[in-house]
Design a protein around this ligand. Structure first.
Ligand SMILES: [Fe+2]
Ligand SMILES: [Fe+2]
Length: 260
C-alpha cells in the first residue's frame, strides 16, 4: 500500500499547485491513498467547505487540520458536509467534526488521526499522548496514520517513540519547513515535519515584506499569504501488504521550477 501525505496547503498558491499537480504526483508514486493537511488552505488560515470539495476532487481521500481548524466561521456549521475531514482530537470545541476517520482502501482499514502538540502551542486542550492512548482504545484498523500538528521537534519525537509499535506512521505538520529526518523504525514511519504546500519564496508561506516589517519594525501587519509559486512537500509511506507495517518513507519536495 502506498500512502501519500502532503503537508499544510497554504492559500491560493498552495491550493492551485496541489489541485493541478496532485493527479501527476499520485500517478508518479502509485499512491493508493492520499491524505492532505488543509489547515492553511483558505487565505492562510483555516479551510472552507468549498476548498474541502476542491481538494477532494483533486484526489484527496482524507483532509486533516490543525490549530487553524476553526479560523473560518463558515466551516464551523458545515463540518457535516465534509465527511472525509478530521480535526485535532485535543482541540476545543470537541463536538464539531471528528478526531479520526477510518476508510477502506484495497481491502484494508486505514485510520487517520489528527492531534495537536502542546509545546509552544497555546491552543491544545490536553496532551496528545493522553488523547492518543484513549483513541487507540476504540480504533480498529489495519493501518494507523497520525498527523501530529506541533511546533516542537522534541514533542514529535517523544510521541513517535511512545507510539511507534502501535501505529504505522507519525507525520509532523505545522512548521511548514520540511525536515530531512524521515525514518522507519519498528515498522513505523516518522518525519518531524512534512513541510508545506505553499509559496516557496516567502516566510512560512506569508508575504516576506510584511513579516519583516512586523518582526524588525514592530508594525502591525496582517501576515498576508504570499502569492509566489508554491513548493509541494510531503512524504510517501509504503506498507507491507502481508504485515501492514511500514517498509519505507520517502520525502517529496517539488519546488516551483521542478513542475512541468
Ligand atoms: Fe498550524
Ligand atoms: Fe500550518
Amino acid at each position: 500500500m502506498n500512502i501519500l501525505f502532503l503537508g499544510d496547503v497554504v492559500a491560493r498558491s498552495g491550493r492551485d499547485a496541489v489541485i493541478s499537480y496532485l493527479p501527476q504526483i499520485k500517478k508518479q508514486y502509485s499512491a493508493d491513498f492520499t491524505i492532505i493537511n488543509g489547515e492553511n488552505s483558505a487565505h492562510g488560515k483555516g479551510i472552507t467547505s468549498k476548498i474541502y470539495r476542491q481538494l477532494k476532487e483533486a484526489g484527496a481521500d482524507v483532509i486533516t487540520l490543525g490549530n487553524h481548524t476553526f479560523s473560518k466561521s463558515e466551516i464551523i456549521g458545515n463540518f457535516s458536509q465534509c465527511p472525509d475531514m478530521i480535526r485535532p482530537a485535543n482541540l476545543e470545541p470537541a463536538d464539531i467534526g471528528k478526531p479520526y476517520i477510518i476508510r477502506e482502501c484495497r481491502g484494508r482499514r486505514i485510520a487517520v488521526v489528527n492531534l495537536l502538540g502542546t509545546v509552544f502551542m497555546d491552543i491544545a486542550a490536553g496532551d496528545p499522548v493522553t488523547a492518543m492512548n484513549s483513541l487507540l482504545q476504540e480504533i480498529d484498523a489495519d493501518i494507523i496514520i497520525v498527523d501530529l500538528h506541533a511546533e516542537a521537534t522534541s514533542e514529535k519525537q517523544v510521541f513517535y517513540h511512545i507510539f511507534r509499535s502501535r501505529v504505522t506512521a507519525v507525520i509532523g505538520t505545522h512548521t511548514h519547513v520540511q525536515t530531512a529526518d524521515e525514518q522507519v523504525t519498528d515498522g513505523c514511519a516518522y518525519i518531524t515535519d512534512a513541510g508545506m504546500c505553499g509559496p516557496f519564496d516567502s516566510i512560512l508561506g506569508r508575504d516576506t515584506d510584511e513579516v519583516i516589517r512586523r518582526m524588525v519594525y514592530r508594525e502591525q501587519t496582517r501576515f498576508t499569504p504570499s502569492d509566489k509559486p508554491a513548493v509541494i512537500c510531503g512524504i510517501l509511506i509504503r506498507t507491507d501488504d502481508a504485515t501492514n507495517r511500514c517498509i519505507s518513507a520517502e520525502r517529496i519536495q517539488i519546488r516551483p521550477e521542478m513542475r512541468v
